[in-house]
Design a protein around this ligand. Sequence first.
Ligand SMILES: NC(=O)C1=CN([C@@H]2O[C@H](COP(=O)(O)OP(=O)(O)OC[C@H]3O[C@@H](n4cnc5c(N)ncnc54)[C@H](OP(=O)(O)O)[C@@H]3O)[C@@H](O)[C@H]2O)C=CC1
Ligand SMILES: O=C(O)CCC(=O)C(=O)O
Ligand SMILES: [Mg+2]
Length: 426
Amino acid sequence: MSESGERITMQNGRLHVPSHPIIPFIIGDGTGPDIWRAAVRVFDAAVEKAYRGERRIIWKEVLAGEKAFNTLGTWLPEETLQAFREYLVGIKGPLTTPIGGGIRSLNVALRKELDLYVCLRPVRYFPGVPSPVRHPELVDMVIFRENTEDIYTGIEYEYGTEENARFKQLLKEHFPKDYAKIRFPETAGIGIKPVSKEGTARLVRAAIRYALENKRRNVTLVHKGNIMKYTEGAFRNWGYEVAETEFGEQTYTWAQWERTKAEKGEDSANAEQEAALKSGKLLVKDVIADIVFQQTLLRPREFDVLATMNLNGDYLSDALAAQVGGIGIAPGGNINYTTGHAVFEATHGTAPKYADKDMVNPGSVILSGEMMLRYMGWTEAADLIIRGMEGAIAAKTVTYDFHRLMEGATLLKCSEFGDAVIRHMD
Ligand SMILES: NC(=O)C1=CN([C@@H]2O[C@H](COP(=O)(O)OP(=O)(O)OC[C@H]3O[C@@H](n4cnc5c(N)ncnc54)[C@H](OP(=O)(O)O)[C@@H]3O)[C@@H](O)[C@H]2O)C=CC1
Ligand SMILES: O=C(O)CCC(=O)C(=O)O
Ligand SMILES: [Mg+2]
């Protein structure tokens, strides 16, 4: 490396970012290399333009996925985890996860290993982006998805294995009534869904803090608590508990509304809520996970910040991204707000059929980098990236995914879109 850099550190609960921070990155599988090549040029150009050489990112490649396996014989090397631990803030491309067998998700493993408990996925509209809805500009939501629990924990017992048989035997012996509920016990695979009070509380706390700091109007707890009462239902109840016990002065909850209604009737509850919201309090409400897909589509104005469990948030991220133009422009970050550790990454996957074609939209990783720069406090560079994205899209110079839905647009390659973003920073 020709130039040495320094570590980003956490000091007294605040991120300390040197002028030449070392930032580890994973290129990713499939379309990852195409996208990274385009995106890193955008990041460097934005930083150079904003700080005229006074600040610079010292990139440090770390391996994971196919590149790691092919060179080191392991999918997620310990050195990679160590680099993210040591340098605190990093960025990654997508990594492949085989379906129905093989290795477990490296993406999920990274989040768990580094305890990046928030998957933060903002969903906003860029004017000019083709959208399937009539008013995409009304979509301005931020998903806080729990990243370390739920059925993503990966405790599963495959049908036909000894573990599966032993687990079912344990159920049969100790919980015979529950065992009898399994419709086809002989051939059933089994998965376990742990959801804890601590895991829920730290996620909901982060969502409420974000909403208050960013002057959002509401936080919606998304759950399927009518069916899964002690996991998803508990997520809702613990979420309300956090709002009321830790942010009681600043929030009004639907749980409070329910209690007032039971005591004094619906009119009183409505009046209480209205007064609370008029006084500027943040509304904390909840919605069942199936209807949230309809409501966010039909009444996007009613949703600001959404706090979800792991699986629900995974589904909802892709669905909401579609409303503002699709997964090609859906960024994200995995964050531990206590330790400061963060790994930014797109919402989409490896899109393997487009690999090495220099074709896909690098927008999601570019905007994930924009989130990273903002997280580091390099807001001038982040603002330039937004300006560049807005300019490239407004000029109708776009990649295939937008081009196929846009009238009169110019089709750009992945790398060319990166160039267009840089040009429009001026
Ligand atoms: N965090 C991560 O690393 C993630 C990894 N994955 C992994 O990725 C692999 C593939 O998953 P899959 O379910 O196919 O989902 P993908 O997100 O990889 O791709 C699905 C479709 O989304 C569209 N798309 C994806 N990326 C882009 C982009 N940059 N620009 C424009 N359009 C894009 C394409 O749609 P179209 O064909 O219509 O143009 C593509 O066929 C799996 O192994 C999965 O586990 C998945 C999600 C996240
Ligand atoms: O890990 C994977 O392969 C998929 C993860 C995913 O879809 C997500 O985090 O949104
Ligand atoms: Mg996903």
